[in-house]
Design a binder for this molecule. Structure first.
Ligand SMILES: [Mn+2]
Length: 400
């Protein structure tokens, strides 16, 4: 069931709607019928997906269920926790991996966000797949899902939804916020540790769009940017209320440690201006890193730090230039023959550009949010990579 799937022409909404009780209870009951649950994180596991998994891990354990987390890439987000949880790597999953009673996907619903061996494994769970997500991707791992694309005012009742195995609220700005709403709906009182996980996931996803910032330990939610009837603030407040100063310090220290740059990385960051090119209409700035780029290769290609640098670059460029409507970066990934793209735009141009390219390149793998998307191609042919870049620049010429 898709509700109010209208085209967003202004700022996208960033809400986690109150979760209808019947929907939450349906998923909760399915989980509680299981003795073991596999919790799947998306590829390049980030703070939101991993912390969603951690909060659910804690909750399921408290219900006497044995969870296991399947992570993929993005080691800096979870490595410090690998001894505390039962975690396996996506690359270790194969046909012989023992299955749990239930598969539970967090922070993704599209099959493109699981590596092929993991996707095959998830699909082998058949009807025993449940999940939460806040991405508005077209393909969904199961056919049994609710999708809400609009934020609702607090006083306004949610429309009545049928009970479905997968719950997607694409107006939510983080999956952790959806889990917070899930806990509210089933009446689970979150523990401090669960609150820590939920806050870390929410903060990380929302800070990417500047909806939330922190000065020291003071966390501010920008209502205008959130544009969601105050729901973001409400969810944030209820989670933050559980944390003490030390909890917050620990979370921000973890974020800080992750982002400290080496001198070589600083030099790369400084050089980005020189690498910048513009479409003829001047509306999109972009960088296309070549496969034989020594600096990129010696930095470890798309590792956590270079991803942060490129993310900051996109944000800084877009907010600092009135004429710019889009900023994109293209780069060879550390996975063999994989090239990646990240685009940040004003309004919903990211979605428009990708939809436009899909008309001529139907198998384009790209998706995400209306204003912020990622994609990849797999090819042994370098020329194909540059052709791919050209598709983006010519679509940007047309649409922006
Ligand atoms: Mn997320």
């Amino acid at each position: 069931m898709i509700i109010n799937n209208f085209k967003q022409t202004y700022q996208p909404n960033f809400t986690a709607n109150v979760m209808p009780k019947n929907c939450a209870e349906h998923i909760n009951n399915k989980l509680k019928q299981a003795k073991t649950v596999d919790i799947f994180c998306h590829t390049s596991s980030d703070e939101d997906t991993f912390n969603s998994a951690k909060a659910m891990y804690s909750y399921l354990s408290s219900e006497g269920i044995k969870p296991r987390i399947i992570v993929s890439g993005g080691k800096e987000c979870y490595d410090y926790d690998t001894s505390k949880y039962n975690i396996i790597q996506a690359s270790d999953v194969n046909d012989k991996t023992e299955k749990a009673d239930m598969a539970f996907c967090v922070d993704f619903s599209s099959s493109t966000r699981a590596v092929p061996n993991v996707l095959k494994y998830i699909q082998s769970y058949g009807k025993n797949i449940v999940g939460f997500d806040h991405h508005n991707d077209k393909d969904v791992i199961t056919t049994d899902y609710n999708k809400i694309t609009t934020s609702y005012a607090k006083i306004q009742d949610m429309p009545k939804l049928d009970e479905k195995d997968y719950y997607i609220d694409s107006s939510a700005k983080s999956n952790c916020a959806i889990i917070s709403r899930f806990f509210d709906a089933i009446g689970h009182k979150i523990t401090r540790n669960e609150a820590k996980s939920l806050f870390a996931g929410m903060y990380d996803d929302m800070s990417k769009d500047g909806i939330v910032t922190h000065k020291g330990l003071n966390v501010t939610v920008n209502d205008l940017k959130a544009n969601d009837n105050g729901n973001t603030k409400e969810v944030m407040k209820s989670v933050l209320g559980k944390l003490n100063i030390l909890d917050k310090l620990e979370i921000f220290k973890h974020f800080l440690d992750k982002t400290k740059l080496t001198p070589q990385e600083e030099a790369f960051k400084k050089g980005l201006d020189n690498r910048t090119r513009y479409t003829q209409n001047g509306k999109m700035a972009y960088i296309a890193i070549k496969p034989d780029d020594n600096e990129w290769n010696s930095l470890g290609k798309d590792c956590e730090h270079t991803k942060i640098i490129l993310g900051d670059y996109r944000k800084k460029m877009l907010s600092g230039n009135k004429n710019l409507k889009a900023v994109a970066v293209f780069y060879p990934s550390s996975e063999n023959n994989v090239y990646k793209m990240s685009i940040l735009t004003k309004e919903d141009y990211a979605k428009q550009i990708i939809d436009d390219i899909k008309k001529t390149v139907p198998d384009l793998t790209a998706g995400g949010h209306e204003n912020r998307s990622g994609g990849s191609i797999v090819t042994e042919n370098t020329d194909k990579y540059f052709e791919w870049v050209n598709h983006f620049t010519s679509s940007a010429e047309k649409i922006l």
